[in-house]
Structure formats: C-alpha cells, structure tokens
Design a binder for this molecule. Structure first.
Ligand code: ZN
Length: 342
C-alpha cells in the first residue's frame, strides 16, 4: 500500500510517500481501507519531534480516520466487510478501573492512533474493533474524519471537564481552528452564549457562520477588553483554552466567579502565572483535558447523525500533497480541518 512514513523528525521533507507492506490485523482488529484522514497539530508535532515525547519512529501518522472495512478478525461481532466506519482515535485497555469509569484518557495504556502506533495517512490501517463506529450516512468520509479527534477533544473539555450549561457564556480561543470550531458547535448545542476570537475577518466570519454570538479580532483588539465589552466585570463562565503562555494568563482575567478555564494545549508556551488570590477567592477552576472517552465518542457519532456537529473543512488534498497540508496547519492558514484522501 501507499503510506506517508515519517522515519525521522524534521521539516516537511521527512514526509515520505512510500510503498510499504499492508498492515496485518491482529485478533480483535479490523483492516480498514482509508477513505479520508484529517490532519491535526499532533501530526505536525510528531513530524517535528518534541524533546522527551514518546513519538514512534518510523510511523505512519494520522489519527482522524474514516473508511470502509476490508476484513475483521473472527472474534469481532457487529461489523462486516464493506461497512463504512469512523474510528475512535484513542487507544486504551478497556478493562481497567479508569476505562470502566469512561475515563479512558487516564488509562495507563492510553495511546493515540498515528502517534503510538501506525495511523491513517495510508491506503489501509489496522485498528482495534472496539474503535469502530458506523459512519452516519449523512456524513461524507471527509466530514467523518474531520469530525473525530478535535470534536472529541472539544466535547471532553466543555461537557465533561468544564460542565458548560445552557445560559452560560464561554470564551473560545481560535474559533476558526479545528478544535475551536468544534467547540463553537458544541457550546451552541448546549445552549451557551459564545464569544469567539480569531485573527482575521475571514476567520471571524467562519466562527459567526457556525454560531458564535460575539466576535473578537485578537490581532486588532485586546481579547480581555473585548470580553469585558460583552460580559462586563461579571466575566465569562468558561474559557476554552488551547494556546498557552500569555494567552492562558490573560484568559484567567476574563473568568468570572465560579468560572472554569479548561485547557488542552500550550502551543505558545507551557509556563504561565496564576493569580492564586483570584483563583481561590472567586472559586475558580483550572482544568486540564486530553482527548476523550469511547463513551463520549459514541455520543458524538450520534450527534453527527443528527447533523448538529458538522465540522468545518478547509480543504481536501490528495496524499501526494501531505507537505502542503502540514504547511497550511503550521502557518495557521486554515479555517477548520485539512483532510487528506489516500
Ligand atoms: Zn484502561
């Protein structure tokens, strides 16, 4: 099969489109013909390498996969060759106490497709059968792939961790990004008021088109001031954070009494100052979040079938143009997801 194999860390030149052996599924796994695989910043970090991060090399990256089942192990029930599926991007043991409690991301053997094992930037991928979900018919393969990892991440952050409720206000950073746009959809589904930030008029318009109620162009306006202009001194109930550094620090200033800041990333810096007096006196919470559970993914697939979480797709590219896909993500020249077609 053809696959993008990362053999060493580096620039886009290490993304090699190669002919490699087909994967051979283990018992309990299914072989899936990949029809679409969406990119995440995770693919870029895996390619670049992060000191100390346990990235597998060589590796076929790609966590966001939709396709058709080619074959299933004899012990697999409920799925058959030809079924169109979308795939839970996370791996966990499924039997430990954490997994039993639907806290898969806290499982000691937690992993991610395309990070800790080969993923979907290939014609074929072998995945555990417990990761298979029937693709809702109304979704294209591209939508199904694009609506997996970032939607799961945003769901776990807003629903499970921050417990965002109807009538509350949430500040969503990067409202046109993959995870930010998913967060807007979810927040509107929950009945919350959304303040979204972005850096260009085009990105703000995209955020507005999927439901953002208030927009802040952070390239032109301080987002703390912009947030106060909407909610006054009361602050917001929830901040959806995935930037880190100075944005994290200033985000805390947007938070009201009983507010929750939930973060899943720190692309601009992992160190931040916290005003502890505000934190304890105002009863605020800082919540970390990574990916989500299999049970949450099942809920997302159900909501995709109902059409309430349609992902924003920036562009669809052939696998040959994987370097362009990475570059688009790295330069943040995207509105929503970049999807690759093998
Ligand atoms: Zn487990």
């Amino acid at each position: 099969m053809r696959a993008v194999v990362v053999r060493e860390h580096g620039g886009p030149e290490v993304l090699n489109l190669e002919e490699v052996a087909d994967p051979s599924p283990s018992p309990g796994q299914a072989l899936v013909r990949v029809r679409a695989c969406a990119l995440n910043h995770l693919d870029v970090w895996h390619r670049r390498g992060i000191p100390g991060a346990p990235f597998l090399l060589p590796c076929i990256t790609g966590a966001d996969i939709a396709g058709d089942i080619v074959s299933v192990g004899g012990d697999v029930t409920g799925f058959a060759p030809g079924d169109a599926v979308m795939i839970l991007p996370t791996l966990s043991c499924g039997v430990c106490e954490r997994c039993e409690r639907d806290e898969d991301p806290l499982c000691r053997s937690f992993g991610i497709l395309g990070e800790t094992c080969d993923g979907g930037l290939a014609e074929l991928v072998a995945v555990p059968a417990r990761n298979l979900f029937k693709k809702p018919e109304r979704l294209t393969y591209e939508q199904a792939a694009a609506g997996s990892l970032s939607t799961l991440t945003a769901w776990h952050m807003l629903v499970t961790r921050a417990q965002l409720r109807a009538g509350e206000t949430v500040l969503i950073h990067g409202g046109a990004s993959g995870v930010g746009s998913a967060a807007i959809r979810i927040a509107k589904h929950l009945g919350a008021t959304v303040i979204a930030t972005a850096s260009t008029a085009e990105k703000l318009e995209a955020a507005r088109s999927i439901g953002a109620d208030h927009l802040i162009n952070y390239a032109k306006e301080d987002f703390v001031q912009g947030t106060r202009a909407v909610v006054g001194k009361a602050g917001v109930d929830v901040v959806f954070e995935h930037v880190g550094g100075e944005v994290f620090e200033r985000s805390l200033r947007c938070l009201g009494w009983g507010g929750r800041l939930v973060t899943c990333g720190a692309t601009t810096g992992v160190d931040a100052k916290v005003n502890l007096r505000h934190l304890f006196f105002k009863g605020q919470s800082i919540l970390g979040s990574t990916m989500g559970s299999r049970a949450e993914f099942a809920e997302i697939v159900r909501l995709h079938a109902d059409g309430v979480l349609d992902p924003l797709i920036d562009r669809v590219l052939p696998l040959e143009e994987i370097a362009q896909g990475h570059e688009a993500l790295e330069t943040r020249a995207v509105i929503g997801k970049v999807v690759m077609n093998p």
